[in-house]
Design a protein around this ligand. Sequence first.
Ligand code: TXD
Length: 314
Amino acid sequence: MPVSRRKVTVIGAGNVGSTTAQRIIESGLADVVLIDVVEGLPQGKALDLAEAAPLHFHDHSIVGTNDYADTAGSDVIVVTAGLARQPGMSRDDLLLKNKGIVGAVVGQAAAQSPDAIIIIVTNPLDAMVHVALEVSGFPRERVIGMAGVLDSARFRTFIAQELGVSVIDVSAFVLGGHGDTMVPLPRLSTVAGIPLPELMSAERIEALATRTRNGGAEIVALLKAGSAFYAPASSALHMVDAILNDRKRVLPCAVLLKGEYKIDGLVVGVPVVLGAKGVERIVEVKLTDDEQAALLTSSESVRELVQTMRNSAS
Ligand code: TXD
């Protein structure tokens, strides 16, 4: 009996979307449908990636399209569609523009794949998870934001470089919103099980945490046009892999909290068990007063964005 292939839809055929699609098919995880509003763009990238398949010894299919009917029956939907901030555009302008885009694409994709798990990548991340929850009507277990996996990968990279050790042996624990309000927890970050504060001064840890918070901006400044996409795509792949292979990975993800970590009704990055059902459990750890305060500050910035979106709608 042939086993049916898993299907992942990637919405947005820009840098993050097309690289995520590439990683998924080339790692043999699933067939991919790449969809974008621009005609020809997803078709062209999909054809190019399909022509690379014989050279990568895989036979997963990739289809480029502008039609949501082609996305029907997806197991996972990765949302990367959106605008980057343009000169003269305020943060709120970007918020409302991407709210419109994410709302429209999630509405169409969710209708075609009512049982899918949605991974949001578009910024501002935590706010876009709120939009997707509302538009899809899916439970919080199946609407998950990608940010913590990227932030912790960046933190791990900087820790490993500083100590001259393999990134593989470094594990980093981050909570909170994406970027500016990220809350790294050094006491729960380790190198081969050794707590980070035993290996590095508090000043150096803070310097690396600051570099992590500014990780996106550091790359934008170097590239001049566009933003990071290799590590973001790898982070999305990590989450898709945890879901499709039911790995029960413990990963930091943006999820709607309902009282966990003393936060109710806001999307915030916390460690979760990620498996075939999406978020299978939220892992709660006891925080110090300072850590809890930093997490609440982070969640307040999400509340402001949600409020701005509500005000614009009324
Ligand atoms: O950590 C994270 N979550 C992030 C988030 C890390 C990196 C990038 N992050 C955000 O992902 C970034 O701020 C953007 O909001 C998204 C996508 O970033 P990318 O670098 O891929 O942007 P591009 O290259 O501009 O691609 C966006 C694509 C482009 O092809 C548009 O045509 C498409 O989105 N787009 C749409 N597709 C479908 N439907 C609609 N309505 C639409 N509007 C734009």
